[in-house]
Design a protein around this ligand. Structure first.
Ligand SMILES: Cc1cc2nc3c(=O)[nH]c(=O)nc-3n(C[C@H](O)[C@H](O)[C@H](O)COP(=O)(O)OP(=O)(O)OC[C@H]3O[C@@H](n4cnc5c(N)ncnc54)[C@H](O)[C@@H]3O)c2cc1C
Ligand code: SF4
Length: 337
């Protein structure tokens, strides 16, 4: 058994201090990912810093938008009346993920920092550059059906598994963090990173930093949005491909478009070129196909996941059609409209 220390700070400053520069210390929030990783012997923390008593569990009004504390649970967030009314894209994305029990425990900060579901990352008997840098990538040339088609590197082809993060990318959220060097705000697009030659690093968090909140801007795209999640089972499964689509329309002309994909890359894959292409165009299937082609222009299949390219193409078109029609896919009751 791996022995570890356990501390429970009551302020953010104490939590940051407890983490210090100890590379073996880990924050624990809902524990729904970290405890699994400890059971699989992927994580062997020397110290667990239980942050569940920090005062970060509120959703507050801020500059016309909302500030979501890092400890707000996925369930509390998805069912908050302000989120449902003003940011239904986010509520739908959260409810598409995990299970009711998991969402009751899982936190906002933990969701951002959940690790990949690559089989080899969890299997300590196999080489994996993300788990053990420099050992190689077993997925390349291995079982790669669930892996990435965009932004891969020769060192890692893993995907980021979160649903919530795909919606946060489309909504242009900001992540607020606190650390030894003080507080800072990270635009969502810069929070997660591509694998490059250092796949062990999932994000641009600096050592010792804690997520304090996620801020949503005022614009929520409540009128025209959808979170479309395609997976092997309709519940309790990670996305093969997901699409967060949001539109503002003048009649049938697209004034603003937001488009982000999940299940296809090491980070939520927002494509601002495709959004720009849609701006000023009619909200038609032809426009949506052109956007899908642009998003997938650089897509590269692995040995068995080429189907994801066509799946993503169709999902983008369907997601944008649902958003334009104002008939979002319902995740809560599983009817597909
Ligand atoms: C069976 C199963 C199915 C799932 N299905 C889905 C799904 O379909 N879609 C989906 O999106 N997710 C899914 N999940 C993942 C789930 O959403 C995450 O496990 C959860 O969001 C993690 O939150 P947590 O609070 O439990 O994190 P923890 O496990 O406590 O922590 C995760 C990581 O985040 C770090 N951390 C936590 N909070 C902070 C903070 N404030 N600042 C800095 N670091 C922090 C921890 O140190 C740890 O490294 C599934 C999980 C399971 C077990
Ligand atoms: S894809 Fe990434 S996480 Fe999976 S085995 Fe390769 S290096 Fe590890």
């Amino acid at each position: 058994m791996n022995r570890f220390d356990y501390v429970r700070p009551s302020t953010v400053a104490e939590a940051v201090q407890a983490l210090g520069s100890d590379p073996a210390a880990r924050f624990i929030a809902g524990g729904t990912n970290l405890i699994d990783l400890m059971k699989y012997d992927v994580e062997r923390p020397g110290k667990l810093i239980d942050i569940t008593r920090l005062p970060l569990d509120k959703i507050e009004e801020r500059d016309g938008g909302l500030r979501i504390g890092a400890l707000v649970t996925n369930a509390a967030l998805a069912y908050d009346a302000r989120i449902r009314e003003r940011y239904p894209l986010l509520a739908d994305a959260i409810l598409a993920g995990a299970s009711a029990q998991l969402r009751n425990a899982a936190s906002t900060g933990g969701n951002l920092l959940q690790r990949t579901r690559c089989y080899y990352f969890y299997d300590t008997a196999t080489p994996c550059n993300k788990r053990e840098p420099g050992t190689g990538c077993s997925a390349i040339g291995g079982v790669d059906r669930i892996h990435a088609i965009l932004g891969t590197s020769e060192h890692c082809i893993a995907t980021h598994p979160s649903d919530m993060c795909v919606a946060l990318a489309a909504l242009e959220a900001t992540v607020r963090v606190s650390g030894p060097q003080g507080d800072r705000a990270i635009p969502f697009a810069e929070f997660h990173r591509l694998p490059g030659d250092d796949p062990a690093k999932d994000t641009n968090l600096a050592p010792g930093e804690i997520i304090v909140s996620v801020d949503l801007p005022a614009r929520g795209f409540a009128g025209h949005h959808t979170y479309l999640k395609l997976r092997d089972r309709l519940s309790y499964a990670f996305a093969l491909v997901s699409v967060a689509a949001a539109l503002e329309l003048d009649g049938r002309t697209i004034r603003t478009a937001r488009l982000a994909l999940g299940g296809v890359a090491h980070k939520p894959w927002r494509n601002t070129d495709a959004e720009a292409l849609l701006q000023g165009r009619p909200a038609t299937r032809e426009s949506f196909k052109a956007a899908a082609d642009l998003v997938l222009r650089e897509a590269k299949p692995q040995s068995t996941n080429g189907f994801k390219i066509e799946l993503a193409r169709r999902a983008i078109v369907r997601g944008l059609e649902q958003a334009a029609a104002g008939t979002p896919q319902s995740q809560s009751d599983k009817r597909i409209q």
